[in-house]
Design a protein around this ligand. Structure first.
Ligand code: PLP
Length: 382
């Protein structure tokens, strides 16, 4: 197997950048103190923790006390949903709304709640991969207490109308959670301006380390902890804090927010080039909305091709792309996101996701397109 020289799977995970590593290093070396300890090496960790929390809060447009650090996107999503479920069990408002194309970190908790007697509405997303506000409005009933709709999809990159959803939910006193794991650093997010009540983030999609993330919670008074244990983070999320990971996350978020405009100005023409060139190949079909998608994402199905076979051929050429969500690889089931936008089984199985980062160059994309055309030819001849 050749070394990966062109990495186009940044929606699966990203590399750790030098600035993030530098932010983490002191807390991996001499700054090993437990942030709950009273002596100086512990107090230094507590100061770093508070500084990181303030920075993350500022970048999201909220208060420090509204940020809880977690182990990543999955824990943040689970926490948001089960916290809302605890409240719903008391109020009796056990109707939750989500979309058909959420990450499994949202869908599986929702399925678990169905078994506990909750009624869950899975909004359709049509062939463009975007929920309609009119559908959300029609789905809301007097027992709806929680809506969870992702800001941007991990497979097809489609961007949901978060601001409109936030406005509608706020007007109906419904808690609105958004999974912004793929969105932060790719599109502007401000929780207060967008009426977001809960938001999940994951470090490893932003050039920070795996195993760290955060949950923003607006109404901390009604928040119910999901991880029970010690009194860390005000008792809202138990467990000794991962100071190095958290310091890295804060720096990654700073860099992502600061570089957002420049990144999109660079990636938009690359995305357009990919769409133009790949559309011209035999049996190609773009998955997801043509315009309302992340500048970093392209997802195509190629008729008659097995996605996995294509990925392995590209791997031999030193190129890393994915055939859908990395979290679902290993499963033979077609992606629920692709079937959710009306793809047939074969179209879903022949899909390839290309996800770029600010490190992606024009020559990476040109090399990728050339190699993809060769790989498609080889797959079809095999
Ligand atoms: N939500 C979305 C949209 C994702 O893309 C992912 C990871 O792929 C997750 C949640 C889970 O995040 P983590 O890997 O940090 O648990």
């Amino acid at each position: 197997m050749s070394e990966t020289t062109i990495y186009l799977d940044n929606a699966a995970t990203t590399n750790i950048t030098e600035n993030v590593l530098n932010a983490m290093m002191p807390w991996l070396k001499e700054g090993y103190g437990n942030a709950s300890s009273m002596y100086s090496v512990g107090r230094k960790s507590a100061i770093a923790l508070n500084k990181a929390r303030a920075q993350c809060a500022e970048l999201l447009g909220c208060e420090s006390r509204e940020i809880f650090f977690t182990s990543g996107g999955t824990e943040s999503d689970n926490t948001a949903i089960f916290s809302a479920a605890g409240n719903a069990e008391i109020s009796g408002k056990k109707h939750f709304i989500t979309s058909a194309i959420e990450h499994h970190a949202v869908l599986n908790p929702m399925k678990a709640l169905e078994k506990r007697g909750f009624r869950i509405t899975y909004l359709p997303v049509y062939d463009n991969g975007i929920v309609r506000i009119s559908d959300l409005e029609a789905a809301i009933t007097s027992d709806t207490s929680f809506v969870s709709i992702m800001a941007a999809n991990n497979e097809i990159g489609t961007i949901q109308p978060v601001t409109e959803i936030g406005e509608l939910c706020r007007s109906k006193w419904i808690t609105f959670h958004t999974d912004a794991v793929q969105a932060f650093g790719n599109i502007p997010i401000n929780v207060k301006e967008q009426n977001i009540d809960m938001l999940s983030l994951s470090g490893h999609k932003l050039h920070a380390m795996k195993g760290v993330g955060l949950l923003y919670v607006r109404d901390t008074a009604s928040f119910r902890p999901y991880i029970l244990g010690g009194s860390q983070q005000g008792g809202k999320r138990a467990g000794t804090e991962n100071i190095a990971g958290i310091a890295g996350l804060a720096e990654a978020m700073r860099a992502a927010a600061a570089g957002l405009e420049e990144k999109n100005a660079k990636l938009l023409p690359l995305r357009e080039k990919l769409i133009k060139e790949l559309s011209q190949t035999d049996g190609a079909k773009l998955n997801g909305d043509r315009e309302k998608r992340l500048a970093s994402n392209v997802n195509f199905s190629f008729a008659g091709i097995e996605g996995e076979a294509l990925i392995l051929r590209l791997d031999l050429m030193g190129i890393a792309v994915s055939s859908g969500s990395a979290c679902t690889s290993g499963s033979l089931d077609p992606s629920h996101v692709l079937t959710g936008i009306g793809c047939t089984y074969d179209e879903a199985r022949s899909s390839v996701r290309i996800s770029m980062s600010e490190q992606t160059s024009e020559s990476d994309i040109e090399t990728f397109i050339r190699n993809l055309k060769d790989a498609l030819r080889e797959c079809r001849c095999a």
